[in-house]
Design a protein around this ligand. Structure first.
Ligand code: HEM
Length: 541
């Protein structure tokens, strides 16, 4: 949720507002609150605009963290008629989003996503029957017992990642990112469709990556917020000021349809021909009788499969990139982990899943990576489907998309509460050394792992019924990639022409999902024996 003012879009918005105000002849807003309890504390905002000028447009989580220090763990703010309940602590998040998940599992469905044809993605669906069917299908195919069956695949892809990384010993900024992205893409396409990616230029891969890019760059939150508050704008033609993006939206609809249909139909044809490679989609077809797969069910299967790439590829590769950045910045941490691996696995052996429980420090590195810089600092917003009270505060009910289409000024009512949980504030709860990457914070005095906060229960995967269904796949693929990189490679700062190390400042992109800004990194082999084993696995390349 980054808010910057797009002037032409704002002008169009103002026209739309004036038209509605004249029609509605209403001038004051009311907050229907039958309980008489106050809203949670928060900054005062301007009428209608709310707190839009108070928020750091690039990194709203920093503003929310500051508000947390001033107003507490639960903060109220408003933006263009939309109520925001900002949650700044794990306890309040668990109370509201887990304990009361029956009324806090909705999603805002901004008009923008409909316009771009991506509102079919699970992440975008409200608390509807369709969403429940998606979650059932995810549970069928992404639960832990199913995910562990693919361990050979994760290991093979991790081994391939190492060979790619070793092709050039000094990586230019951006190259490490590409290798990690190839790794997560290859795993996700194999798990979802049984599809073996052979090159970055594979037309299917190009399409899904392009869709991801459009979602992250052409649908900034400020557009989503303005279009949700003033949905009439969607009817303005593309030539209207600020509406040029409507042309991209039309291309995106075509792209989204291709991403949904092409790989799914490929698996469907294979299953019909009796060729079954193990995948999420073939599992769907095997789990249901032909008669049970009506149009609704087939659409849900297609949509869940298409969601996996959009929700899982960048989150996985950006987390791995954050890990590499930490290794470059904290060489002592890297050395300690490598010593642990060498002692447990043996100097020339490659680590595998059977070693995981004996590598507590590596495990702690994973947990610390999620904490240090969460890939989605504000998770995904939830919407309340009923009003509620919490610790003496009133929490308004969210409204459905149907009511969103009535501009707020027509009714002078709130659009209802969007609940935003601020992972950044949660990760900085003990502020003394929160910016420091220190896996030891997850260890007990004798080096054993502290039992709390295992990887997959991390707040970084969200809360309640909406919790990330891909967390087990993320856990398996990230663990094997991390342990294999540590066993075989040494990451260090890049050298300049005079052989001096180039300083690295940890900087991250902005947006809903963030990644480190490209940094110089020198990647060298640290174990000839292990690398030899990898080369033997793949043959001459
Ligand atoms: C490190 C990797 C990942 C992180 C940090 C992450 C984080 C998240 C977060 C914060 C949410 C929102 C939860 C909420 O609303 O409270 C989410 C939702 C989701 N994630 Fe992940 N995720 C990761 C990897 C994956 C992978 C690999 C997949 C697919 C296999 C995936 C599929 C999804 C889906 C489908 C949703 C939407 C759930 C819903 O709306 O009901 N994620 N994820």
């Amino acid at each position: 949720m980054a808010y910057t003012i797009n002037v032409p879009l704002a002008v169009s918005a103002v026209f739309s507002v004036i038209a509605v105000v004249v029609l509605a002849r209403r001038s004051t807003r009311e907050r229907a609150n039958p309980s008489g309890l106050p809203l949670p504390p928060g900054p005062r905002g301007f009428p209608l605009l709310g707190n839009i000028f108070d928020i750091d447009p690039a990194r709203p989580w920093l503003t929310y963290t500051d508000w947390g220090k001033k107003y507490g763990d639960i903060v109220y703010s408003s933006l263009l008629g939309q109520d925001y309940i900002v949650i700044n602590s794990v306890k309040v998040a668990r109370d509201l989003l887990e304990q009361r998940s029956s009324i806090s599992s909705g999603r805002p469905t901004p008009t923008l996503y409909k316009l771009f044809g991506v509102d079919f993605l699970t992440v975008m669906l409200g608390n509807t029957e369709e969403w429940k069917l998606h979650r059932k299908l995810f549970n069928l195919t992404l639960r832990m017992e199913v995910i562990v069956e693919h361990r050979d695949l994760y290991s093979r892809k991790a081994h391939h990642l190492i060979l790619n990384m070793l092709r050039g010993s000094t990586e230019s900024p951006g190259q490490v990112e590409e290798h990690l992205s190839d790794f997560s893409t290859a795993i996700i396409m194999a798990i979802t469709y049984g599809y073996e990616v052979t090159s970055r230029e594979d037309p299917l891969v190009v399409r899904v990556r392009k869709l991801n890019k459009v979602i992250s760059s052409d649908m900034p939150a400020e557009r989503a917020v303005v279009l949700t508050a003033f949905p009439l704008l969607r009817y303005l033609p593309g030539c209207f000021p600020g509406m040029a993006f409507k042309r991209d939206a039309s291309d995106c609809n075509t792209l989204a349809a291709e991403v949904r249909d092409i790989p799914f139909d490929y698996v469907k044809e294979q299953v019909a021909a009796g060729i079954v490679s193990r995948s999420m989609v073939s599992n769907f077809f095997q789990s249901y009788k032909e008669d049970d797969i009506d149009d609704n069910m087939e659409r849900a299967m297609k949509d869940t499969a298409a969601t996996v790439f959009v929700a899982g590829a960048d989150t996985t590769s950006f987390t791995l990139l954050t890990f590499v950045l930490a290794m470059v910045l904290y060489p002592d941490v890297q050395t300690r982990a490598q010593e642990e691996i060498d002692a447990v696995v043996g100097k020339d052996e490659l680590p595998g899943f059977e070693h995981r429980s004996s590598l507590p420090y590596v495990e702690a590195i994973l947990r610390e990576t999620l904490r240090w810089h969460a890939v989605a600092p504000l998770g995904m917003p939830h919407v309340t489907t009923a009003s509620d009270t919490y610790n003496g505060y009133y929490i308004p009910k969210g409204m459905s998309e149907a009511i969103f289409t009535l501009p707020i000024l027509l009714t002078n009512r709130s659009l209802g509460a969007v609940m935003v949980y601020n992972l950044w504030a949660m990760s900085r709860a003990s502020p003394d050394d929160a910016d420091h990457f220190d896996p030891a914070r997850y260890l007990l005095p004798y080096g054993q792992l502290s039992p709390k906060d295992s990887f997959s229960v991390s707040p970084s995967f969200g809360f309640g019924r909406r919790v990330c269904p891909g967390k087990f796949l993320a856990e398996e693929s990230i663990w094997i990639a991390v342990v294999t990189m540590l066993a075989t490679l040494r990451f260090a700062k890049a050298l300049d022409a005079d052989g001096r190390e180039v300083e690295v400042t940890p900087e991250f992109t902005t947006g809903n999902v963030i990644r480190p800004i490209p940094f110089g990194c020198r990647t060298t082999s640290r174990s000839a024996g292990r690398v030899k084993e990898l080369r033997a696995e793949f043959g001459p390349t």
